[in-house]
Design a protein around this ligand. Structure first.
Ligand SMILES: *Cc1c(COP(=O)(O)O)cnc(C)c1O
Length: 365
């Protein structure tokens, strides 16, 4: 048995999402790039690259990872590139997308023959949480003023618009795209490509894929552009679990189960977005609060129900631990870093990476 904690990536589940990606590529004509900031588990890139066109990045390290480990088309974007990074960024990308006109003016001469894009912030978005809303007041994410955008249009090959966030509602996506077209149609007509970013939950059950593809196709035809999508979360949703063991059981008005992992260290977004992890099927008559082992009082994964009372040593699977988890794991409290294991389609499970005390020490000095 593999020592817990570990993240378990189920390749069959991943393939199910990737087959939906294939349908979208085929029926819409859009190219689909993996957003590495959400998921950078390169041990499954060999599978993913058969169903995706490449990667998009938000930093020098991500663009290098995309180039070296994924291949295909590699988009470089960053909220701000530094002088010492720009050469290596350009060397590793196929397109470079600047966040502001001032970054573009500073660095476009380094782009050589590579296409240059800008992030367009249309000022409208679908994001339930202010922290993750690119259209929030005083946003730094992209250029919004059509006149300013038109002033550099001759030097622009394309734009990237990222204004959806876990959006499962096709009609909302459709309405937002209408607003972008109304506000920026003159600009969009003059480009070769438009990236519509990530945040569209098109692998969710019941998502109207045909209407989505038709909308993307119509958008591409109207402006004569190649459309790109940059999904992260929707590609890896429900593909990965965090496997943990129960270390102690207690009671304080509720049954408490302490496990050998931590929200802050291994599933940080649960804390940031005040969410609880999906654990089990929500059935069974024995309910427990599943708690992390750090000294943070609110280190709680969530509530779960089981058919029988939990025992020390029992294993628990914490669901949906692919997106924005493994890329954010850290050494808080010196908690043992989860290993990474793959479940192959034939059911066999093997570890592809383990972490040790030496990794903890070498992450510091
Ligand atoms: C975060 C991000 C993505 C991926 O978003 P998901 O919600 O994971 O699909 C894509 N593009 C940009 C610019 C982003 O910032």
């Amino acid at each position: 048995m593999i020592q817990t904690p570990y993240y378990l990536i189920d390749k069959s589940a991943l393939l199910r999402n990737l087959q939906i990606v294939d349908r979208v590529r085929e029926h819409s004509g859009a190219k689909v790039l993996l957003a590495l900031k959400c998921f950078a588990g390169w041990s499954v890139f060999d599978l993913m690259r058969q169903h995706m066109d490449g990667t998009t990045s938000s930093s020098l390290y991500e663009v290098r990872l995309g180039r070296e480990k994924f291949g295909g088309e590699t988009h470089a974007y960053s909220v701000a590139f530094a002088d010492h990074e720009i050469g290596e960024v350009v060397a590793n990308c196929d397109k470079i997308i600047f966040n502001s006109i001032s970054q573009m003016q500073r660095f476009e001469r380094f782009a050589g023959s590579k296409p240059v894009g800008l992030r367009l912030n249309p000022g409208v978005s679908c994001a339930a949480f202010d922290l993750a809303d690119p259209a929030r007041a005083h946003s730094r994410l992209g250029e919004s003023d059509p006149a300013r955008l038109l002033s550099v249009i001759d030097r622009l090959d394309g734009v990237m618009i990222h204004n959806n966030c876990e959006n499962r509602d096709f009609d909302r996506f459709d309405a937002l795209l209408d607003e972008v077209e109304q506000g920026y149609g003159d600009i969009l007509k003059r480009l070769n490509w438009i990236s519509l970013g990530g945040g569209i939950s098109f692998t969710a059950p019941g998502y109207p894929l045909e209407r989505f593809c038709e909308r993307l196709r119509r958008f591409a035809e109207t402006y004569g552009v190649q459309v790109y999508l940059e999904p992260g979360e929707t590609v890896v949703r429900h593909t990965t679990t965090l496997e943990v063991s129960v270390l102690d059981i207690g009671f304080n008005g509720k049954n408490l189960a302490i496990v050998d992992s931590s929200t802050e260290a291994h599933m940080l977004d649960l804390l940031i977005y005040r969410e609880t992890a999906p654990i089990g099927d929500g059935k069974g008559e024995h309910s427990y609060q599943i708690c992390g082992k750090t000294c943070l009082a609110g280190d709680i994964f969530g509530e779960a129900r089981f058919d029988r009372p939990l025992q020390i040593g029992d294993r628990i699977s914490i669901g949906d631990a692919g997106g924005y988890t493994m890329v954010k794991k850290n050494w808080f409290n010196g908690i043992h870093m989860p290993a990474i294991a793959l479940r192959e389609p034939d059911g066999s499970v093997h570890v592809v990476r383990e972490f040790s005390f030496d990794d903890y020490v070498s992450s510091l000095s």
